[in-house]
Design a protein around this ligand. Structure first.
Ligand code: PMP
Length: 431
């Protein structure tokens, strides 16, 4: 089935199938992908943040190859004496102060599972609070903390003990915690919602939420699986508000684009013997993943975090470019939002204003983004990520190494598709 078939007008699904969203990508280097026809594409999805240095970063490959040439053992008990210990020490060095313990995992979801267990063990309380429109992964605990019926219903999720509050709403958080005193172990929150459509909370929200949690004896866990390690123009997104959470989950960028790895960083108070002795996972902390993680941290922190500063500056350049497109086409783009290389374009047209066939293109879901994403891929050679939760947001998450020239390429492509929509030129849009 066409990946977006369910989101578009069925009459147009066949057309979109001919357009082909699926490509056979045979080569990747930097921000670019090549298909089997020799055509190249600029990838501004970057595996939703898991390709910080683009495809096949030579420095990460070199770290893996060096481990091989040394004959370093691939799987041993993660300890302070081996690669896992080295990576844990480096993570603690660069993390907000106070985070002193590291537990490794193999994915973002698994890091979230570990964080939930950590919090329950530390507090002796069962309940987990998270946010509406939030995303934390698709294993059972993470899925229960996620707020998306479409991912949950078939699997009898959420599990018992998982509640949600509106994102960015401090009063709702306070009310929810006060309503069940002594029951919540943790509040789990993304500093910026990624999968939910790049939703930035009001300034001060993270700092205040952290304080509300402290007052209720509830742990504050920042899910930085997507925002972490430079994506928002700072190494950790919660640092933008000077917040040190009780725990931070990481994954995606930590693998340097080559290895799967996740991690939970936490404070000493939270790291119980109970958790330490009863939680583990065979592959967690394996040598190659940790070598990739160490090389990734080297690239992120060298030259006083030059790459992270590049993300802040170039991300702002890209955001300004998108805002300029919005100003030229206000009836097509409703909002541009985000920070660094974690940006979102919220579409949302008044369908009455478009007498052409736009209504047919959008289909029953009233979404433009699947059509825009396939046009950008097939006609413009640009990969972007349409959100499929009904928000009609295109997510733009370039590799952190993306240049201004690459941003210009993306901006020109986006402007052309937005122009077609504004002209109500659906024939060209479905080319
Ligand atoms: N938390 C957040 C904030 C995420 O964005 C994601 C993945 N998109 C996850 C958790 C889950 O990570 P993974 O897909 O590696 O399980």
């Amino acid at each position: 089935m066409h990946p977006f078939r369910q989101y578009v007008n069925p009459h147009l699904a066949e057309l979109l199938e001919q357009i082909q969203m699926d490509k056979r990508f045979v080569r990747g280097e930097g921000c670019w992908l090549w298909d089997d026809q020799g055509r190249r594409y600029l990838d501004f999805v970057a595996a939703y943040g898991a390709l910080p240095f683009g495809f096949n970063p030579p420095e990460i490959w070199a770290a893996l190859e060096e481990a091989r040439h040394r004959g370093e053992p691939s799987f041993v008990q993660p300890s302070f004496l081996n690669a896992a210990g080295e990576l844990a020490r480096r993570l603690i060095e660069v993390a907000p102060p106070g985070l002193r313990y590291v537990t490794f995992a193999n994915s973002g979801a698994e890091a979230v599972e570990a964080a939930i267990k950590l919090a329950r063990a530390a507090t002796g309380r069962p309940r987990i609070l998270s946010t509406d429109n939030g995303f934390h992964g698709k294993t059972f605990g993470a899925l229960s903390a996620t707020h998306r019926a479409a991912y949950q219903d078939a699997f009898f999720a959420p599990a018992e003990g998982f509640d949600k509050v509106p994102y960015g709403d401090l009063e709702a958080l306070e009310r929810a915690l006060a309503a069940r005193p002594g029951e919540y172990a943790a509040f789990l929150v993304e500093p910026i919602q990624g999968e939910g459509g790049i939703v930035v909370p009001p300034p001060g929200y993270l700092r205040e939420a952290r304080e509300v949690c402290r007052r209720h004896g509830v742990l504050f866990i920042a899910d930085e699986v997507q925002t972490g390690l430079g994506r928002t123009g700072v190494l950790f997104a919660c640092q933008a508000e000077g917040v040190t959470p009780d725990a931070i989950t990481l994954a995606k960028a930590l693998g340097g684009g080559l290895m799967p790895i996740g991690a939970v960083l936490c404070t000493e108070e939270v790291y119980t013997e109970e958790f330490a002795t009863k939680h583990s996972s065979t592959f967690a902390g394996n040598t190659l993943a940790c070598r990739a993680g160490l090389a990734a941290l080297d690239l992120l922190t060298r030259d006083e975090q030059a790459l992270v500063r590049h993300v802040a500056e170039t991300g702002e350049y890209l955001r300004q470019g998108l805002l300029a497109i919005q100003r030229r086409h206000p009836r097509v783009i409703r909002e541009v939002r985000g920070r660094g290389f974690m940006l979102g374009i919220q579409f949302g047209v008044d369908r009455e204003a478009f007498p052409g066939n736009l209504l047919g293109v959008m289909g029953e879901q009233e979404l433009l983004t699947p059509v825009i994403a396939s046009y950008l891929l097939n006609v413009e050679g640009l990969r972007v990520a349409p959100t499929l939760n009904g928000a009609d947001v295109i997510r733009i998450e370039p590799p952190l190494i993306a240049t201004r020239a690459e941003c210009d390429y993306a901006l020109a492509a986006i402007e052309r598709v937005v122009e077609l929509i504004d002209r109500d030129d659906t024939a060209a849009l479905l080319r």
